[in-house]
Design a protein around this ligand. Sequence first.
Ligand code: DNO
Length: 349
Amino acid sequence: MEMTFRWYGKEDPVTLEKIRQIPGMKGIVTAIYDIPVGEVWPLDKIQTLKAEIEKHGLELSVIESVPVHEDIKIGLPTREKYIENYKTTIKNLGEAGIPVVCYNFMPVFDWTRSSLDYELEDGSTALIFEEDVIEKMDPLTGELSLPGWDSSYEIEELQTLFDHYKQVDHEKLWENIGYFIKEIMPVAEASGVKMAIHPDDPPFDIFGLPRIITNKENLERFINLYDSPNNGLTMCSGSLGAVPENDFPDMLRYFGKKNRVNFVHARNVKLSGTRSFQESPHLSETGSIDMYEVIRAMKDFDYTGPIRPDHGRMIWGETGKPGYGLYDRALGATYLNGLWEAENKRRKY
Ligand code: DNO
């Protein structure tokens, strides 16, 4: 595996200088944040970003994310233009030598939590999802501020989107994702870019909007839409592991052996109900995911691709983007590296 770290660009208080000092850190996961969703990413902008990262002794390992325009997910006629743009972006990323692109197909909202700064017993704060709190939220009142939701829509835009999604049930969303995948994958293949769809987080419908990248059966259905290692997955332990039905290490091993795991997100979650959880430190004993089993699964298919410690808590007084401070994620990277070294050596001796 190749240890990587998410960096939010020049505005990020977690600088490349700091990231580089984390033991064993090899690569950066980032994006170009000032291009509107649906527009083409110009080659020179990608190259500038890459050069900046390489100047700091790191590699640009993954683009997370190239967002998919809602018109593609809804299946509007205007999707054609956005799909063409998406293809050009993939082509440009390939030309710049970017090996992996992460994206998702969640309607309207990306990852969603009910609170950003839930105080844990030890005084640290974490992101949590409580089903009963989310159920009482109405995205259309305008009072909703969602943690993972950077693109703020105007209320009227949101209303229009929700109206469109009335026609989009799970099967329609499958149809639309199938259409998109069949269009973009030949370009990804020709450009040498491995696509890695991120599972829905959390992996069930929210606010009445359908979600389909949620469990083993659906991931299988997804990879079968287009038979190619370029049509792969981001295996995110915290997203898929947020429901008790998903056995994350088993899924990871299964899709890894099929050569469809192009990126791994390692995060722990402590389940507090069938549809509620707290994000917890990476360490197995503090969450519901056995991180050693995750590492073992990756060894079982000799994973050489990128992995990043996903969200951390806020600890030691750090402030900043919830989930994306330096300290707890750095501890996560170190812990994962430790497990990996131990498992490697155990198998050799
Ligand atoms: C949360 C992230 C997601 C992820 C996108 C991928 O922290 O894992 O925001 O980047 O869903 O498209």
